[in-house]
Design a protein around this ligand. Structure first.
Ligand SMILES: C[S@@+](CC[C@H](N)C(=O)[O-])C[C@H]1O[C@@H](n2cnc3c(N)ncnc32)[C@H](O)[C@@H]1O
Length: 307
């Protein structure tokens, strides 16, 4: 739960959440609205989702993911730096500078699953430092109040705090009804979409809230093409990362989940196809087209345009 002072702060900083206070998510809505079983029909198969390598009831995944990020929120930056040797910072820098926010004038941006504000801060810095733009805005949306709290704390140390350039919203990427249609020039999501129960639902909402001509940009762990690099990467991630979780954060399970969830995420071409199915236009199905691989595919950036 957010403390009262942080909740007030979030509310102050938020332009949308003033009119639409954070919603309480009903994780079991599907179960309670389903039709009663008739005696002649077998009960429907429960819908499932992957939670790392486990298969769990679809309705339970959201709260399980929330527990993971509640647990890692306070150590999130330290663990990101330790497990990636700081490389996540370079990837985030490249991701944001490739989007050139501010180049064509002030933009209205949303960073979904924006957690600790890493991407939002880079967008605002890039626009200001490269194009002297102090009017670009970023809405940070995340399902997890603890992660938002970390982001809010970080922004308090910056020049953007208490300005119209930044706002925080507690929201589920799959259901963004508080955000109107055709609103944003740029939608970013970094290392977030693989944690969502339904990727198509996230993409559908991204498409809805972007303006025609707006850009969807996703940075996510992906599939390594080179077999040798893939084996080394597997060994590193399955042995070292959960161990670091234990030593640095006292939390092996959350880091085990994070590694497993990376392997469950669709490969580059499959994800590009899902993006097109949501109504976006992409480049060709190749590195440098619909996506750009970082470090042989350890991470990958997918970009697409709403026509
Ligand atoms: C690995 S963190 C990434 C944070 C940040 N984007 C970054 O790059 O450092 C994943 C984030 O996704 C958020 N998240 C998970 N499921 C979500 C959902 N359904 N809707 C919105 N955010 C979600 C988590 O709360 C967490 O903050």
């Amino acid at each position: 739960m957010l403390s009262t002072s942080t909740r007030q702060g979030l509310r102050l900083a938020s332009r949308i959440s003033r009119s639409t206070p954070p919603r309480v998510l009903n994780l079991y809505a599907r179960a309670s609205t389903s039709a009663p079983n008739s005696s002649s029909q077998p009960p429907p198969e429960p819908r499932t989702a992957s939670f790392g390598f486990r298969t769990v009831p679809e309705d339970a995944k959201e709260s399980m993911v929330k527990e993971v990020f509640d647990s890692v929120a306070s150590n999130y930056d330290l663990m990101n730096d330790a497990t990636s040797f700081g490389v996540h910072r370079l990837w985030k820098d490249s991701f944001v500078s490739s989007l050139r926010p501010g180049r064509k004038g002030p933009m209205k941006c949303i960073d979904v699953a924006g957690g600790t504000g890493d991407i939002a801060l880079r967008i605002l810095d890039h626009a200001r430092e490269t194009y002297a733009d102090r009017e670009t805005t970023v809405d940070i949306a995340d399902i997890n109040a603890e992660m938002l709290k970390e982001g809010f704390r970080r922004f308090k140390k910056t020049m953007y705090h208490n300005t119209p350039q930044i706002a925080f919203h507690e929201a589920n990427a799959q259901e963004m009804s508080a955000f109107p249609d055709n609103t944003y020039d740029l939608y970013t999501i970094a290392f977030g979409i693989r944690n969502c129960t339904s990727i198509p639902a996230v993409l559908k909402e991204a498409h809805r809230i972007l303006k025609p001509g707006g850009t969807f940009a996703c940075l996510e762990f992906s599939r390594v093409g080179n077999p040798l690099l893939s084996t080394l990467y597997d060994q590193y991630s399955f042995s070292v990362i959960p161990l670091m979780g234990t030593v640095l954060a006292g939390d092996r399970d959350s880091y085990q989940y994070l590694v497993e969830s990376i392997r469950k995420f669709p490969p580059q071409a499959e994800f590009a196809q899902m993006i097109r199915e949501a109504g976006f236009a992409t480049g060709k199905d190749e590195d440098g087209g619909a996506w750009t691989d970082y470090w042989g595919g350890i991470a990958s950036v997918h970009k697409a345009v709403k026509l």
